[in-house]
Design a protein around this ligand. Structure first.
Ligand SMILES: Nc1nc2c(ncn2[C@@H]2O[C@H](COP(=O)(O)OP(=O)(O)OP(=O)(O)O)[C@@H](O)[C@H]2O)c(=O)[nH]1
Ligand SMILES: Nc1nc2c(ncn2[C@@H]2O[C@H](COP(=O)(O)OP(=O)(O)OP(=O)(O)O)[C@@H](O)[C@H]2O)c(=O)[nH]1
Ligand SMILES: [Mg+2]
Ligand SMILES: [Mg+2]
Ligand SMILES: [Zn+2]
Ligand SMILES: [Zn+2]
Lengths: 210, 210
């Protein structure tokens, strides 16, 4: 129990600090390969002309994801957990201690690809976003209720390949059933469908696309 | 440390018992929605005319997977972990204690969808199989080396949708690099491509398809 208590206290600190400084911090969780990074690439492209974006990537190994997002205008840092299956508030704090928070406007963390363990570890974000993709099948939300209960936004990605094998309908219904105030957004990080809707749901203002 | 030691001793017990009784027990791990269940449905359909197959399904919630496989001729049981992110040897032993091992020939467990935690928990199987799908992107194996190091067979699934967005080439290369004796099999649980190859890699004899 002790580890969770310590973690949650630190998470609350982070949340308060970000609020006082009028910064926004979001935790992007989701299944392996659901499109978390490509979505963050699209968000970074869209926001970078107007805001300074900082992204903390979490993965067992490699810096592939941080490098991808860095090419889209955000400042990134990669945490390699070595085997750890989720990020924690203290891992966030360690990264925040290395930078000047005032140099940035919007902060994201891409959590480790896993729909179970990250649900139990509050990282101090203002909102939790959970990304799944239609290619994982129609039951993925029904089977992982806990992580969705702790989320404010459910993203259903890869909607560009909707068709004979895969569809979003059941996933949208299941996400909406989890909690009445859940924002459910269908996206395609490939075609950029839904990316502006997601940015709006995060409460970030940007000029409309041309 | 203690929990792992106890688990590994029990796993060794299970492995020895299965060997003495000349039964085969396989642990199917993999990413969420990679196709573990559909692959087991195909295997159950293919083996059930010749062998008695028993499948232990592990998921956070629901009995969806056990019910699907039961329709294909296997006897199944569903473990709901409630929030646990991996199966263990003691969870296997509990299920084996409820049945007569001699009533079956081949045993499978479908582990919880997760490429991290199950790597650390030996369940007593003769072989570990890890399933990923091409829709998760080309880096999924590079990013999760640990679970593949402990596997004998890497399955790359959903190869029927190979094309512009997704392909298997990098995944096959990465799986082969992890260890020289890794069996790498490309499958489509939808079209049944590669299912017989997988059954052969498990060391199970079946008559050729008509
Ligand atoms: N067709 C299609 N492909 C997508 C979409 N989003 C992501 N992909 C592809 O899906 C694969 C995985 O995307 P990533 O962005 O790496 O996914 P991720 O969730 O960050 O993956 P991990 O960090 O490894 O868990 C890549 O091949 C992407 O090109 C989408 O909306 N449509
Ligand atoms: N096109 C195609 N779809 C597949 C294939 N294998 C599985 N699917 C689909 O992928 C989705 C997930 O398949 P499942 O068999 O439930 O995957 P799983 O790995 O057991 O999922 P979890 O147990 O929830 O982690 C379903 O919609 C399947 O129909 C395949 O080879 N090709
Ligand atoms: Mg990623
Ligand atoms: Mg399954
Ligand atoms: Zn974990
Ligand atoms: Zn775990």
């Amino acid at each position: 129990k002790k580890a969770y208590v310590v973690n949650d206290e630190l998470a609350e600190n982070i949340r308060n600090k970000m609020k006082t400084k009028n910064k926004r911090f979001f935790n992007v969780m989701g299944s392996i390969g659901s499109g978390k990074t490509l979505i963050l690439e699209r968000i970074a492209e869209r926001l970078s002309p107007y805001y300074k974006v900082f992204v903390i990537n979490g993965d067992v190994a490699t810096t592939i994801d941080a490098d991808r997002i860095a090419k889209c205008g955000a400042t990134t840092v990669q945490i390699n957990t070595g085997g750890g299956c989720h990020l924690t508030a203290s891992l966030m704090q360690k990264e925040f201690d290395k930078i000047n928070i005032d140099d940035y406007d919007i902060f994201f963390t891409e959590n480790v690809g896993n729909l179970i363990c990250p649900a139990a570890w509050d990282v101090g974000a203002a909102k939790n976003i959970v990304v799944v993709s239609i290619t994982e099948g129609e039951y993925v939300i029904k089977k992982h209720p806990i992580i969705f209960k702790g989320a404010q936004i459910a993203v259903i990605n890869k909607c560009d390949i909707e068709g004979e094998d895969f569809d979003s309908k059941t996933l949208v219904e299941d996400a909406s059933k989890i909690k009445s105030d859940m924002e459910v957004i269908c996206t395609s990080a490939k075609t950029k469908q839904g990316i502006d809707d997601l940015i709006t749901a995060l409460g970030i203002d940007i000029p409309k696309r041309e």
